[in-house]
Design a protein around this ligand. Structure first.
Ligand SMILES: [Zn+2]
Length: 79
């Protein structure tokens, strides 16, 4: 006889989604990670960064905005 029961809890995994928002353009990204520290490492691999220059420190920027920052940096160092 077949008896159906609820899934076994020990075989289930808690997944936490962590959201990052770009401080420049507002783009958002969701990553699954057990902590914000682990999420930061995943986000860095995806191209997200905080940064600092001689003048300012910036918090989380998305890959597009980081790309623009790099281009500005290159133009300034070429000028
Ligand atoms: Zn951005």
């Amino acid at each position: 006889m077949l008896i159906l029961k609820k899934p076994t809890p020990d075989e289930l995994e808690v997944v936490i989604q962590i959201r990052a928002e770009c401080c420049n353009c507002g783009q958002q990204a969701l990553v699954e990670a057990p902590s914000t520290e682990a999420a930061a490492i995943k986000l860095q691999r995806l191209g997200w960064h905080s940064f600092e220059t001689d003048e300012i420190c910036g918090t989380n920027f998305c890959p597009n905005c980081i790309h623009e920052l790099k281009e500005i940096e290159q133009q300034e160092s070429a000028a």
